[in-house]
Design a protein around this ligand. Structure first.
Ligand code: FAD
Ligand code: NAI
Length: 469
């Protein structure tokens, strides 16, 4: 029950996967909870303009590509006149988003979480204005998430559809002839893949000499090889120094990252995907004396307390990977901590997945990070080409890689690139959470024939004894 002096026990600001989960868990723990959200729908970036709509388009475009140029004919499934109905694909995406965001509203009602509609700003640490109303709460959780990082000098206009960010790239009304993606990170590759599968020519301009910063080096190399083979034109070590728009077309100026001669590049659509930055503007953090760090993030301790008493923060707005499942786990932990329980998130074991085809996934240390730590490590690798199910399905690209401590055999990291990597990585994360050795994975019975046997074999390869290669 709310203390008499406050309207609520907990006010959560932001209803993304961090905020809505924190609100529900706090309510489950018997607290009186409100959640402020300025969007028209609950679910944050993830459900409205992120994880969910992008996966709907990835799924739809993959089915189109399969029917159009995939292996179906090889399996005797023949189509005539495969064609694309882009508006139907977009409607299906919208229906999924509506269903899921509506589902959160239902969960709020079921758990008696009050949705306060509007933009929240602090008056003091216990008093927050949301639109026209002002409420008080004993504890306040900042879960305001992140927004697209702008590229200086480049103006995004999602409605016009020529220079867009991820939100615009999820709602293009036609397939561009040529799409230039600025940034070879997760968004660039996922959304670049969507439009490439739908027959756009896609050019990815990446500042660094490799795609997917932060991922394991071998996986990054393999990914580049496979994306090139799929037809993505990768311009690595290249920067965009300007974009101008005239008559519905864009002209980009490209330059080698290290400097050098510039060249123009024409496109009918440009996607800016160079990262995201925390949302702290408009929160009036000055009123509570809370200052973001130099990256604009709100720092917290391990329990998600900020430096201001009774103000907590979780999700994309705090340091760490900007991932929905990280935000969700922090949402549960912060609510438990507020309720006097012990909420913990193991930040060393947070899987990351790129939902391209093949999928790319990893958890724990990369080989480079493990070596940089000065550790002695053993690495086991197993190619999907030697996995019977992958061979049967004609999905033989990629591999699984297990990195273990040479002394203790404890698994330090698992990286993979294959058609089911996003699902398979859960097993690796769980094994690592339980402190597994590579031997533990190698001696765990895996069902046959499944792609997950490749993880078992990669673990066996750590000891130099895989069976099928
Ligand atoms: P958010 O989801 O950003 O939610 C914050 C909410 O707070 C927003 O709804 C915002 O409107 C609201 N808000 C902000 N300020 C205020 C205020 N002052 N008052 C009231 N409300 C406010 N992650 C994955 O793990 N898997 C994926 O497949 C994936 N795909 C993605 C695809 C795209 C295209 C994008 C852009 C992101 C993707 N992400 C993915 C990242 C994921 O969306 C974020 O990590 C996640 O949404 C962060 O959750 P959050 O709760 O911290 O913040
Ligand atoms: P990102 O950080 O993944 O990639 C941005 C890329 O742009 C980097 O490779 C960077 O080197 C490059 N870059 C930066 N400035 C550049 C410039 N001027 N010119 C050319 N390249 C430049 O960021 P992205 O793809 O925008 O995604 C944002 C966040 O959203 C990520 O942190 C990710 O965690 C999250 N996300 C997660 C997904 C998932 O889990 N599957 C899917 C989509 C997004």
């Amino acid at each position: 029950m709310a203390e008499q002096t406050h309207d609520y026990d907990v006010l959560v600001i932001g209803a993304g996967p961090g905020g809505y989960v924190a609100a529900i868990r706090a309510a489950q723990l018997g607290l009186k909870v409100a959640c402020a959200e300025s969007r028209e729908a609950l679910g944050g970036t993830c459900l409205n303009v992120g994880c969910i709509p992008s996966k709907a388009l990835l799924h739809g475009s993959e089915m189109y590509a399969e029917a159009h140029k995939g292996v179906l004919a090889q399996f005797g499934v023949r189509f005539e006149n495969v064609s694309l109905d882009l508006s139907a694909m977009m409607e299906e995406k919208a229906a999924t988003v509506k269903g899921l965001t509506g589902g959160i509203e239902m969960l709020f009602r079921k758990n008696k979480v009050t949705w306060l509609k509007g933009h929240a700003a602090f008056q003091d640490a216990h008093t927050v204005t949301i639109g026209e109303q002002t409420v008080t709460a004993k504890d306040v959780v900042i879960a305001t998430g992140s927004s697209v990082t702008p590229l200086p000098g480049v103006e995004v206009d999602n409605e016009a559809g020529v220079v867009v960010d991820s939100t615009g790239a999820l709602m293009l009304s036609r397939v561009p002839q040529r799409l230039v993606v600025i940034g070879g990170g997760v968004i660039g590759l996922e959304l670049g893949s969507v439009w490439q599968r739908l027959d756009a020519e896609v050019i990815v301009v990446e500042f660094l000499d490799q795609l997917l910063p932060g991922m394991d080096g071998e996986v990054r190399k393999e990914a580049a090889k496979l994306f090139k083979k799929q037809g993505l034109d990768l311009r690595l070590s290249t920067k965009v120094t300007g974009v101008s728009v005239a008559d519905g077309r864009a002209t980009l100026t490209l330059e080698p990252s290290a400097g050098g001669e510039s060249e123009p590049l024409e496109a009918d659509c440009v996607l800016v995907a160079i990262g995201r930055r925390p949302n702290t503007q408009g929160l009036n953090l000055e009123a509570i004396g809370l200052e973001p760090n130099k990256h604009g993030q709100i720092e917290t301790d391990r329990e998600f307390r900020t430096s201001v008493d009774s103000v907590w923060a979780i999700g994309d707005v705090i340091p760490g990977p900007m991932l929905a499942h990280k935000a969700e786990d922090e949402g549960i932990a912060v609510a438990e901590n507020i309720a006097g329980e012990t909420g913990i998130v193991n930040h060393a074991v947070i899987p990351s997945v790129v939902y391209t085809m093949p999928e790319i996934a990893g958890v724990g240390l990369t080989e480079e990070a493990a070596r940089k730590d000065g550790r002695e490590i053993k690495v086991g690798k197993f190619p999907m080409l030697a996995n019977s199910r992958a061979k049967t399905n004609r999905e033989t690209t990629g591999f699984v890689k297990v990195i273990a401590d040479a002394q203790t055999d404890r698994v330090l990291g698992v990286w993979m690139i294959n058609s089911l990597a996003g699902t398979m990585i859960a097993q690796a994360a769980q094994a690592m959470e339980f402190g597994a050795t590579s031997e533990d994975i190698a001696y765990t019975c895996h069902a046959h024939p499944t792609q997950s046997e490749a993880l078992k074999e990669a673990a066996m390869a750590v000891q130099g004894k895989p069976i099928h290669i």
